[in-house]
Design a protein around this ligand. Sequence first.
Ligand SMILES: [Fe+2]
Length: 312
Amino acid sequence: MIEGDEPGETMSDAIRVIQLSDTHFREDDAEPEGNHSYDVDLAFEAVLGHLGDHGDHDMVVVTGDVADHGRSGQYQKAATAFSQFTIPVNVTPGNHDQAAAFVAGMGRPGVGTSRVVEAGPWAFLFVDSNAGNMVEHPSGRLVDHEDYDNRLHREGSLGEREATWVHDMCTATAAEHVFVWVHHPPANPVPLMKATDYTAEWSSLLSALPQIRGLGTGHTHIPASYEFEGRGIHVAPSFKNSFDLENETWLPPGYRTYRFETDGSVSSELHLVDHERWPRRPLGRALKSLFMGEITFEQLEAIAARRAASTD
Ligand SMILES: [Fe+2]
């Protein structure tokens, strides 16, 4: 916990955070985008049960794709679920979210969309990796493109405004260490998600800002931890479906936990909630080819449709 001021209370150690990502909540009667989806309500219940009494943590963060289609009814479900945590929840959007519905839907006591949270010697920045894909409204405000698919199918992009904001916050904070929560991971080893331009944006920010100690991300649904520009990049699993490319299997839903030490070091642990409902079945060849960048989403869908037709 954060340092206390009660007599006899010791200075704290680490800041402890729980990270969820890609929860993809949807209305009870809604079809999942792209088909293949676990029951995310059951996945949320399973994760909450796995966490048990989590009051020894300081905060829950959710790194985007809160809703499956960015609709307000989906945020109502998400906010009701997140309200079950006994500690504050802070959320940043993904490419499945829609900016206005996201901010309005996440505004509840204990659940919010703050852009900066300071705790002890740490500043946590909640960065919007969709910002560079948004358009300027005549009022000067950044809004989503009117075509939802435009946001859904784009790679991460900070754009000059968001990149400048990261730079300004790192300079403005009195905190010694900075950690970034953001939906899209830069330099992802999965060929489908290489995102060269986005990676270059982070490369230049990280080389200018040594106080950034690492990034907590989501998006790929392939949990991982790797190094980029000397910083740890951690990718959380999804509630909708998750995959292990090394062992070529599906994975159950799960979450990550983090410890942020006073000396600026960060450790992160992956937790998967195994259950017979979510067997680690082999990854099909088509899905593997998609991740390897050998076929497109459209080609994958055509293969799935052909298979469905032949089994009818
Ligand atoms: Fe996602």
